[in-house]
Design a protein around this ligand. Structure first.
Ligand code: DGT
Ligand code: MG
Ligand code: MG
Ligand code: MG
Ligand code: MG
Length: 233
């Protein structure tokens, strides 16, 4: 093919290839969802419509895009893990990130009415994205544990804090003292089924991502689903 004299501008493109053999994680986060939640009358602290819409979008991303082995979401964020050996778009970080973000954002608008029947969408939501590369199974599991621990800290604490203040009449200081628990640890915990706010989608096959609501910090989940981290899957 003939080349024009302008071809050289390609050399200005930065190389953003993700390091080989590493897990590639794309994390999305809703832009200014503090405001978005208020304007759309999200229930506090957890709006199940909003959380289930997020999971629907994550399932759509997993179905439409290649090589995603697990996704974990909470609040206004979702993380997507691409398999170590993925060579999708030659592992270019910008391709991973922009495809996930745009597919997720368009799904959020597309499926909005299925979840928010009586609440019109008032303006177009946006999501930022970042790419993080993890070199081992342990660092990947620690990343996911970090996000779920963040979920526990925010949800458990906020839920109980506001119940103490709004329902039991404690002052914020009294509620905070009551909830003083020292350093947060991330050992295995059993979550009450009715606790909304932490959600994750796991896929075993290309075509059917299944939403699960469970602990991923302890070993039990990873022992039950060895295929997720399987080098050859
Ligand atoms: P950002 O991400 O820097 O653009 O700004 P925000 O406002 O999105 O901040 P972020 O992502 O740290 O915090 C998420 C916000 O979304 C937080 O203000 C609470 C809100 N949010 C997320 N899920 C729910 C929910 O289910 N109910 C309510 N009421 N608010 C929620
Ligand atoms: Mg933020
Ligand atoms: Mg946000
Ligand atoms: Mg957030
Ligand atoms: Mg094109």
């Amino acid at each position: 093919m003939a080349k024009s004299k302008f071809e050289y501008v390609r050399n200005f493109e930065a190389d953003d290839t993700c390091l080989a053999h590493c897990w590639v994680v794309v994390r999305l986060d809703g832009r200014n969802f503090h405001r978005f939640a208020e304007k759309h009358n999200f229930a506090k602290p957890n709006d199940s419509r909003a959380l289930h819409l997020m999971t629907k979008c994550a399932q759509t991303v997993m179905k439409e895009l290649e090589d995603i082995v697990i996704a974990y979401g909470q609040s206004d964020e979702y993380s997507f893990v691409f398999k170590r050996k993925s060579n999708w778009f030659k592992r270019r970080a910008s391709k991973f990130m922009t495809h996930v973000a745009s597919q997720f954002a368009s799904s959020y608008v597309f499926y909005w009415r299925d979840y928010f029947e009586d609440q019109p969408l008032l303006y177009p939501p946006g999501f930022d994205g970042r790419v993080i590369v993890y070199p081992s199974n342990q660092t990947l599991k620690d990343y996911l544990s970090w996000r779920q621990a963040d979920c526990h800290i925010n949800n458990l604490y906020n839920t109980v804090f506001w119940a103490l203040v709004q329902q039991s009449g404690l002052t914020p200081v009294q509620a905070q003292e009551r909830l003083q628990v020292g350093e947060v640890t991330t050992k295995e915990v059993t979550l009450p089924a009715e606790m909304e706010g932490k959600k994750m989608a796991v896929t075993r096959t290309r075509t059917k991502p299944v939403p699960l609501y469970c602990d991923i910090i302890g070993d039990a989940f990873w022992k039950e689903h060895p295929e997720i981290l399987d080098e050859d899957s």
